[in-house]
Each structure stands twice: as structure tokens, then as C-alpha cells.
Unconditional design. Structure first.
Length: 75
């Protein structure tokens, strides 16, 4: 599955205007912040991107990160 709205995702990653991004199996994603509790209702994202681990990235690093997460999504 391909990640939807990759351009917007990359822009968000570049501007570091997020705390945690959740990506679901259908390729949709959303900035869930630090207080996401959807797992309690069974709405489990496949992948998270956390700013604390992915900050101060170059454009090439952001492109590689998004490609890596898309590969992980397809496993």
C-alpha cells in the first residue's frame, strides 16, 4: 500500500510541526500528537513516526524515511 498525500507528509516532517504521526494499513495518516488513545478502541495504526527520533532531517533523509515507512507498510 502506498502512503497517501506524501507531499503533505514530507512538508510536515520538514517543518517539524508534529509530535507523533500515525500511519494505517490503507496508507492514510494523521498527526495524532502525544495523547492518541485510538488503540483502546481497536483503531491501531501500523506505523508511527515520532519527532523525538526524526528531527532535523534533510530533504534527502525525509525522502528516505518516507520510502522506508512505505516499505514497512507493505510487509
Amino acid at each position: 500500500m502506498r502512503i497517501k498525500n506524501k507531499g503533505l507528509l514530507k512538508k510536515l516532517l520538514r517543518n517539524e510541526g508534529y509530535n507523533r504521526i500515525a500511519i494505517w494499513a490503507d496508507g492514510s495518516w494523521v498527526d495524532v500528537g502525544t495523547g492518541y488513545a485510538g488503540e483502546q478502541s481497536g483503531d491501531n495504526p501500523e506505523i508511527y513516526i515520532q519527532r523525538s527520533f526524526h528531527y532535523d532531517l534533510t530533504t534527502l533523509e525525509i525522502n528516505a524515511l518516507v520510502a522506508k515507512k512505505e516499505t514497512e507498510l507493505n510487509r
